[in-house]
Ligand binder design. Structure first.
Ligand code: COA
Length: 177
């Protein structure tokens, strides 16, 4: 699948290093995710093992965007491990800074929703996003995600200010019961 000048495909074990580097670069921006740089261990071997486990799980999607010979974005939908939440997939998406605003995020999200629908176990996709992340909010709304709640001043940032967290979700198909 292609879009935004990139090719979208399944993440391979050999993408583990580039995925770790992409996350490290984006966490160092300090603006979009809860983890601060270096706070959560993310190692290439563990990442490759997680990708292998994901393929066996039946309720996970891991896709990457490739452009200019490099990995420039990723999206994951990870279904719950416990039975009562196996139908709910948690979405994570990131695009390398130079590639943002060119439709890569939209191409990744569209492909992730198509792939998620192929997993009968997955019914709903949810995510948490900072209320200040206008680009991400625009993208999610465009793809049918609706706000389910807002956690006020849920996170205290390094500069002492607080951020609200917005919870959004969308169903992959009409609820079965
Ligand atoms: C959020 C992110 C994945 C979106 O990917 P992207 O490739 O930049 O997004 P796209 O180019 O597909 O554009 C998405 C939409 O945002 C809109 N947009 C672009 N810049 C914007 C801005 N500053 N404010 C509001 N909307 C904006 C675009 O117009 C587009 O909407 P449209 O298609 O209706 O015109 C990407 O910017 C990113 O990785 N950001 C840092 C990490 C992050 O925030 N991840 C999500 C955490 S919840």
């Amino acid at each position: 699948m292609s879009g935004g000048g990139v090719i979208i495909g399944a993440a391979a074990d050999s993408d583990a290093r580039a995925l770790v580097e992409l996350r490290r670069a984006i966490l160092s921006e300090g603006a979009w995710f809860t983890a601060e740089p270096g706070e959560v261990a993310d190692d290439v071997r563990v990442r490759a093992e997680r990708l292998r486990e994901a393929r066996r799980s039946g309720n996970q999607v891991h896709l990457v965007a490739r452009g200019g010979g490099e990995l420039v974005g990723m999206v994951a939908v990870e279904g719950g491990r416990l039975r009562r939440v196996r139908h709910v997939g948690r979405l994570e998406i990131m695009v390398a800074r130079p590639w943002r605003g060119r439709g890569v995020g939209a191409a990744l999200l569209e492909a992730a929703l198509v792939s998620a629908r192929l997993h009968p176990a997955l019914e709903k996709v949810e995510l948490a996003v900072y209320a200040h992340n206008a680009r991400a909010l625009t993208l999610y709304e465009r793809f049918g995600f609706v706000q389910e709640g807002r956690r006020v001043r849920q996170q205290r940032l390094a500069d002492g200010t607080y951020a609200d967290e917005v919870w959004m979700a969308r169903w992959l198909r009409p609820p079965s019961a």
